[in-house]
Design a binder for this molecule. Sequence first.
Ligand SMILES: Cc1cc2nc3c(=O)[nH]c(=O)nc-3n(C[C@H](O)[C@H](O)[C@H](O)COP(=O)(O)O)c2cc1C
Length: 342
Amino acid sequence: MTWLESIYPALKPWLFRLDAETAHSLTVKMMVISHKLGLLRPVGASGAPVSCLGLTFPNRLGLAAGMDKSASAADAWAALGLGHVEVGTLTPRPQPGNAKPRLFRLPEHNALINRMGFNNPGIISAVQRLEKRRSKAVVGVNIGKNFDTPNENAVNDYLYCLKAAYSTADYITVNISSPNTKGLRDLQAEDAVRHLLSTLKKEQAELKKEHGKSVPVLVKIAPDLNDLQIESLARVINEINLDGVIATNTTIDRKAVAGHCLANETGGLSGAPVRERSTLVLQAFRMLLKPGIPLIGVGGIVEGSHAAEKIKHGAELVQIYSGLVFRGPALIRESLAALAMK
Ligand SMILES: Cc1cc2nc3c(=O)[nH]c(=O)nc-3n(C[C@H](O)[C@H](O)[C@H](O)COP(=O)(O)O)c2cc1C
C-alpha cells in the first residue's frame, strides 16, 4: 500500500467537511507536491500494456476528463499508476465556468452532481503545461466550445482546439455531451454531428501531413441518448471512420437518486447511479460500430469489478472519476487487479 493510499481513509472525513470543489483543489495540490517530493508510487501492479488507437497504453485504466481541467497534474496522476490521463475539457478562450457552488456530493449513492460549465484556463495555456510533462502515460486532450459561442459556430472552436492540441496530445476527445453548456448536447444530432466530426476528420488529415504523426480523434457521448439517437450517431461515426468513442459523460436523469435532498440540483449526475445506463450505451455502441473503432468505457466505476465489467461489455480501455472521490487510490489498485485478470 502506498503512502497516499494509506492516508486517504483518514484524510477523507476532513476533505468531506470542506465543500466539494475546495476539497478537490486541495487534493490535487497535495498530489502535485507529493509527486514533486517523490512520495507517489503506482498503486498496485502496473498492468500489461495494451495497443489501442494506434498507441501503446501502459494499462487499461485512465483518468476521466474533468478531474484535471487545467492539465496541471498529469504526471502526478500517472505516478499513481494510471495508464492514461484525459485533461480538460479545454476551450479556445479561458472561462470561469458557472457560479459556485457547482459541485455536490451524494455519499449515500457514491455519486456527484456537477454543473461546473467548462471552467478552464484555455487550450493554449494547458498545452504549454502539457509540453513539459515527463511521464510515459498516454495523455488525451478533451476539447469543447466556449459557453458564448453559438452552436452554428461551434465547429470553429473545436477546430481551433484541435489545431492547438495536435502536436502535444496523444489523442483528442471531442466533448459534445456535457449537460452544463447550453445546447452542447444538440451537437449530437445527426446532421450537426456529421458536419462537426467530418470537418474535424478532414483537418486531422491535414495536420497529419503537417506534423508527420497521426493523432486519433474520439467523441464523448451522453448516457441520455435514446435508441434512435444512438443509431444515428453510430451511423455517422462509422461513415466517417472516427477513431474512437468514449461512453459516457454524466446523466441528467435523477431516477436513481430520487428523494435525495440534492437530487434536484441542476447538472450532471455521475458515480454509481450512472453505471448501468453507461454500460448499456457502451454495449449498444459496440454492437453498432465497426469492429475497428474502439470504445472507452466510463461511468460509475466505484469497485474494481466494475472496471472489468466495462471491458466485458465491449470497452478496450476504462476511465474513472467519481469513484476516486469516494474510494481514493484504493480504487486504482482494485481496478488494475481486476483488469489484470481479464
Ligand atoms: C466534477 C466533474 C467534472 C467533469 N468535467 C468534465 C469535463 O470537463 N469534460 C468531460 O468530458 N467530462 C467531464 N466529467 C465527466 C467525467 O469525465 C465522466 O464521464 C463522468 O463523471 C462519469 O464517470 P464517473 O461515474 O466515473 O464519474 C466531469 C465529471 C465530474 C464529476
